[in-house]
Write a protein that binds this ligand. Structure first.
Ligand SMILES: *Cc1c(COP(=O)(O)O)cnc(C)c1O
Length: 438
């Protein structure tokens, strides 16, 4: 049980990245532009103006490699960044693997996930533009609580539409949102036209992220003082999350490693995966790393492994711009599996493009396999991972077992996107043998 090597790499606050990394600048070819839903022409900044503040629009369409993080945002980041990077030695021993396993933990943020990395700059740029209210959707509630937290920092009102199945099964998440001062509605609701139309069409629906987006977009569009805010999928969200991967690249040598052989991250809309992997794809493209990147998505919403790569809407009602992405269709309603944050019908355009160009791979993982991995991880490392993160852990376990069988010792890095303290009902279900494999 003795190993002299350090178990975790902790950076100081002045090592928080000063810039976000925009992968668009380094991709082998330009990714397909977002299109206007009416004209099917590439989106202009004016098209986005009713929904987003100028700072976000600029970032969404930017081709600059580095975008400076405002000092005011870095100052808030200091509440939880830099996040720790761990050697999972006890986990390796529990698995009896020859692989060396590391993980980057984003669960120590104020709301227990990576989502605050984007919520804070989004609220900041809205405040800068004079907006007073933000609207958004949330699945399991991680994004909603992150935006609720960020909104109250800047004195903004925050209205959140939460997928109905999660609203009902995860009461502590809306307690968290309300603690941060937000108002939370189960979606589809009867306070928007989109919500009323959806309830008429699908009276028994458990809701979906696509439906909740339609409601939040409508509410923002009708209020000149409001902006819509999205927690994943869009380019500017992926951009904000790149603080994760930049920190990993600084932390890796602190634990005596220079190369990452495999990187696993879970993929719902694609933001934590983008955040940890894009800085590493940059290293791959420059020949400094040759990391195999694996997106781990749930079997219940397998956009990357079974979707089509085409233009589709981000929401159910067809009100968002058209995005080129792997999609299961905008009206896809997944089974209400526990990994609420992974239940999206499509995948971020930049992640989709990277997959399409062969810069990353993807696997789909069932929820029982995911929770089996999560429980093993919790018992070895003392951290209960978020339901979503369990998919990345399970993906890494497949690789670790293969390495053991081959007698090789690759370096495997896992993005653990959040804490599972509020997912404990799902753990109970798994431990009592009641969980379906969906
Ligand atoms: C929201 C969420 C996800 C899924 O969203 P991505 O945009 O794919 O990262 C994954 N893990 C956690 C903990 C989340 O809160």
């Amino acid at each position: 049980m003795t190993d002299a090597a350090p178990l975790k790499a902790l950076l100081s606050e002045d090592e928080i990245p000063t810039h976000w990394y925009n992968i668009v600048a380094d991709l082998p070819s330009p990714p397909p532009p977002h299109l206007h839903p009416g004209t099917r022409e590439p989106l202009t900044p004016e098209d986005l103006a009713p929904l987003f503040p100028p700072g976000m629009i600029e970032q969404e369409l930017s081709t600059e490699r580095w975008i400076e993080i405002p000092e005011e945002v870095r100052d808030i980041y200091r509440l939880w960044r830099p996040s720790p990077f761990h050697r999972a030695l006890r986990l390796e021993q529990a698995l009896g693997t020859t692989a060396r396993i590391y993980y980057k933990y984003e669960g120590a943020s104020p709301v227990g996930s990576h989502k605050t990395n984007s919520a804070v700059p989004q609220a900041y740029f809205n405040k800068l533009a004079g907006r007073t209210r933000l609207t958004t959707e949330t699945g399991a509630g991680q994004w909603g609580s992150a935006l609720a937290f960020a909104s109250q920092i800047y004195g903004l009102t925050c209205d959140i539409w939460q997928v109905r199945s999660s609203f009902e099964s995860k009461p502590y998440r809306h307690a968290l949102m309300e603690t941060f001062g937000a108002t939370c509605y189960p979606s589809p609701s009867d306070i928007t036209e989109a919500g009323r139309a959806l309830r008429e069409r699908f009276p028994d629906t458990t809701g979906s992220l696509g439906m909740a987006i339609s409601e939040a977009v409508e509410a923002a569009g009708k209020d000149p003082d409001a902006s819509y805010s999205l927690g994943s999928v869009l380019n500017h969200v992926a951009l904000h999350q790149t603080v994760i991967g930049q920190e990993v690249l600084k932390q890796l040598p602190m634990l005596g490693e220079s190369q990452i052989d495999y990187l696993f991250a879970c993929a719902g809309g694609g933001s934590n995966l983008a955040g940890i992997s894009f800085p590493i794809i940059r290293e791959n493209l420059a020949g400094r790393q040759s990391t195999k990147i694996v997106a781990c998505e749930p079997q219940a919403a397998p956009s990357l492994t079974q979707g089509e790569y085409r233009y589709d809407f981000g929401d159910t009602e067809g009100t968002t711009p058209l995005l080129k992405m792997y999609t299961l269709g905008a009206d896809f309603v997944p089974d209400p599996v526990h990994a609420g944050g992974l239940r999206y019908h499509a995948m971020a355009p930049l992640v989709s493009f990277c997959k399409h160009e062969g810069l990353m791979d993807a696997v789909a993982i069932g929820q029982r396999e995911a929770f089996e991995a999560g429980v093993l991880f919790a018992r070895a490392e003392g951290i209960v991972p978020a339901s979503e993160s369990n998919h990345a852990i399970a993906g890494a376990f497949r690789q670790a077992r293969q390495a053991t069988a081959e007698g090789s010792s690759p370096v495997i890095v896992i993005g653990v996107s959040g804490s599972g303290q509020l997912d404990l009902p799902a753990y109970t279900e798994y431990l009592s043998g009641q969980m379906s494999d969906g």
